[in-house]
Design a protein around this ligand. Sequence first.
Ligand code: GDP
Length: 556
Amino acid sequence: MRIYQLARKLNLSNQELLKVLSQLKIKGKTSVSGLSAQEIKRVEGKLVKKKPSPKEKGLIARTPVVTLLGHVDHGKTSLLDAVRKTNVAGGEVGGITQKIGASEVECKGKKIVFIDTPGHEAFTNMRAHGAQVTDIAVLVVAGDDGVMPQTIEAINHARAAKVPIMVAINKIDKAETKLKRVREQLSKYDLVPEKWGGETIFVEVSALKGQGLDEFLEMILLEAEMLELKAEPEGDFQGVVIEGELDRQRGPCITLLVQKGTLEIGDILVGGSTYGRVRTLINWKGETIKKAGPSMPVRVLGLSDVSMPGDTFRKAKNEKEARQIAESIKEKEREKGLIKRDVFTLESLSQPEEEQKTMNIIVKVDTQGSLRAISDTIKNLESEEVKIDILHAAVGEVQKSDILLASASQAIIINFNTVASSANRDLAKEEGVNIRNYQVIYAMIDDIKKMREGLIEPRYEEKEVGEAQVREIFSIPKAGKIAGSYVSQGKMTRGSKVKVFRGEEVIGEGVIGSLKRFNRNASEVLTGLECGINIDGFSNIEKGDLIKAYESRRVE
Ligand code: GDP
């Protein structure tokens, strides 16, 4: 069973389950890793007290939201169209004149919502702008072409978002289609079909001929069932923008995907700097409706402005409150010079609540030959305290999708010997993404080490640096007791921490406040010399005591 599946079953977040695994010393797992039956038993044993089940909190099952990802021309749009034509929720669609950004289909009485814009760029763009709506990513792979660069990109984007992946091998009507080859290729990316002992659902379809569509939908429902998706229709409302446009006649139109609660006509909404009273609600078939519950895509009219995909909307008590919230957000945006976020700092990369910190990295290199070597070098820089996750590694210059992925996942882009276009450099700046350019591997290693160290709390260790025997005590008014001492080992330094030993026992601690050689101040006195030592914080020193000096040294 996959980690995310077990997490859902146990009603934990993936992060919570990963924490339990690290407590059980089950290492090297991510949300998509599989767990053996024995490991699952250990986890369940550890979790004596489960969290309350969703039912107890008044949640109901909700419709899964699906996005199709994959290489260009592998048939994402065709598959979506085919499914929409044959399995429209509530019967005939009767010529949809206006797409709203998502559609609902029905299979065996259950609904599935498909996001209309396929591809990982739109998917990650939404994440980069604050939200994620997709529950299941369907990776569409053309059976004749097999795994292509954007297939790999799509896998990595879905994984970075921790969204489960299902595979649809398309174009099975084509003579060139080689199913086994595609399965083998995908297995290399840890997408192993169930019949080969893996845990990924594979379906075979032809969007063109309409083959395999029922099974395709059934499998989505099966995956959704395992995810146990829930929502609270009566709770606070939350909806995420999946599309927005300015209609000449109707004014700003946005499509919200309802995540929590229920939206009704007359509600006051606010999201970012946009607000307004809901005038009209339209479903994906173009019908006006009165309310929309969880997982439903709905077009909303009546807002003050068009919003960006990924913006989150909530309800406000009244228009005045909505306007105030929107105005204050607008003001903040102005102050920031419209830059969404500060450029990532090392601090922002660290997650203080976790024991092991994670550095997310995207690697772009100039040649296929160096891709592996550089990725391996980076991975080898992982330490016990800092885990390095390479979210995506590919040949070629930094693309928009890389920047969006970095933005959405708080990752750094390591760019080796390629040049990003100025438009993409600007986008990186806007998104607050750090692109680091290198020509030589040593510079890259040094830099990553520095970044890694920046994530670690420095650890110090006390090291003994000298010993002095106390031979005489002088009491001097104002200055207190001065220990006339002989440095028998190492050195005594002003400001050093010291411990005073009487025999085996430590009788006091302090700091060397003053250090003198023949009445002259000294900063350091070395072995074989005599000196006068006054210890701040300890005055009970006697002839025959031993002063040991220590230095705190940073442990590498
Ligand atoms: P997208 O870029 O992934 O959205 O791909 P499209 O849906 O635009 O499809 C790309 C091309 O593949 C189009 O010419 C489709 O007609 C063709 N195509 C899509 N699905 C199939 C299929 O199942 N069989 C065949 N033979 N062609 C298909």
